[in-house]
Design a protein around this ligand. Structure first.
Ligand SMILES: Nc1ncnc2c1ncn2[C@@H]1O[C@H](COP(=O)(O)OP(=O)(O)OP(=O)(O)O)[C@@H](O)[C@H]1O
Length: 235
């Protein structure tokens, strides 16, 4: 579904992503793990068209989207759950969700997607008219995921969705990710919580200072002694 070839992304003169290549196939849950500052968020931003590539190529459904603006990537079927959620804090839960469905010209589809997300996240249904900044951190994270799903994406990009959540909500978030995967959503998950990410993923890539240093099935990475030592707390 997505093929990234020799991706380079920079901030001014600083090269944050240094020639990264990877794929995500339809229906897969793939994770990119790595330490702070490895370049994980930068890769997702470049995939969504929120940062331009200095060099390299991004193919989505076999079409070259390397220079396509973000809103057109959304129309082609990509959605992002950004780091820090980026909700519209003064709008209600339902209003945030409707904004997530803005690409649908048919309002019946928006209503259908709203119902689908309320079924997936009953807590959001209960709180449909609540102003989103008054939600708990975990609920805000649910809303950010649901908002991305409103566009019915073919590919869901998720950036550090467990960051800053209490353990209870971290488990709940990973349960939802696994459920979405089971339902057939293709997911690229960027995570610092390597253990949890690899537990739900099919395959993974390990990113270190802008380079991919390992690529394998999630199971292989979980059993790789180097990965264990560096990212899984030596377990
Ligand atoms: N707007 C920016 N301007 C300059 N440098 C940046 C900017 N955003 C990120 N960087 C740098 O790019 C590198 C990669 O950052 P990025 O946020 O992609 O890493 P990350 O792997 O997602 O880290 P984290 O897990 O801490 O979010 C870091 O060295 C960071 O300081």
């Amino acid at each position: 579904m997505i093929e990234v070839k020799d991706l380079h992304v920079s901030y001014g003169e600083f090269l944050a992503v240094k020639g990264v290549s990877f794929t995500v196939n339809e229906g897969e849950l793939v994770t990119i793990i790595g330490a702070n500052g490895a370049g994980k968020s930068t890769i997702l931003m470049a995939l969504m068209g929120l940062r331009s590539c200095r060099k390299g190529q991004i193919l989505f459904d076999q079409t070259d989207i390397t220079t396509l603006p973000a809103h057109l990537r959304a129309r082609q079927g990509m959605a992002i759950v950004p780091e820090g959620r980026r909700l519209l804090p003064d709008l209600t839960v339902e209003e945030n969700l409707r904004i997530g469905g803005y690409i649908h010209t048919d309002q019946a589809i928006v209503t259908e997607e709203l119902e689908r997300n309320f079924t997936l996240f009953p807590r959001l249904k209960e709180r449909a008219r609540q102003i989103s900044k008054t939600l708990s951190g975990g609920e805000q994270q649910m809303l950010a995921i649901a908002r991305a799903l409103m566009s019915k994406p073919k590919l869901l990009l998720m950036d550090e969705v467990s960051l800053g959540l209490m353990p209870k909500f971290v488990d709940e978030t990973f349960r939802i990710i696994a459920e979405l995967h089971q339902k057939g959503v293709t997911i690229l998950l960027v995570e610092q919580n390597a253990k949890k990410a690899l537990a739900v993923a099919d395959r993974g890539y390990v990113l270190e200072t802008g380079h991919i240093i390992h690529s394998a099935t999630a199971r292989e990475l979980l059993n790789n002694s180097e990965v264990k030592k560096a990212y899984l707390g030596g377990v």
